[in-house]
Design a protein around this ligand. Structure first.
Ligand code: HEM
Length: 123
């Protein structure tokens, strides 16, 4: 399934459900939770959601607010090794299931998330 098909399958609502379910877990997670700025969980969720709407739906709000994603550079200040990468992907897998993303779209998304997460590794 390509990006456009994923977008058609789940829409902005689907990405909203995923981002919500993901940060609900990150907040409580002993590995990832402490890496995030305290007290800005709504902001973090909005940035991830905005990025995904841009990446899959071409919705430009994220880029207008934050500029070009430059995700690898933006993640440099955070120590991301295999442990952090694996936990991120694990929690995202749970979030995608909770969000009831249909099978093929879920598979395409998890392939994308696993690739980007590995690319973020900087330690
Ligand atoms: C590999 C493990 C990862 C860790 C430990 C991690 C951690 C973080 C942290 C600590 C922040 C800063 C807090 C914030 O701005 O809300 C952040 C920002 C962000 N992350 Fe990640 N991240 C990971 C992977 C990913 C992946 C795979 C994606 C996308 C597919 C992603 C997308 C984003 C976005 C869009 C932002 C906000 C960037 C901005 O506009 O400033 N992250 N991440």
């Amino acid at each position: 399934m390509d990006d456009t098909e994923v977008w058609e399958a789940i829409g902005a609502e689907g990405f909203g459900r995923i981002s919500g379910a993901f940060y609900k877990r990150v907040k409580e997670d002993g590995v990832l939770g402490p890496m995030y700025p305290e007290g800005d969980w709504e902001g973090s969720e909005a940035r991830l959601r905005g990025f995904l709407l841009f990446r899959f739906g071409g919705v430009m709000d994220y880029v207008e607010e934050r500029g070009h994603p430059r995700l690898r550079a933006r993640h440099m200040p955070f120590a991301i090794g295999e442990v952090e990468r694996d936990r991120w992907v694990e929690l995202m897998g749970e979030a995608v299931r909770e969000a009831e993303v249909p099978g093929e779209a879920a598979q395409a998304l998890m392939t994308f998330f696993a690739q980007v997460a590995d690319f973020m590794r900087n330690r």
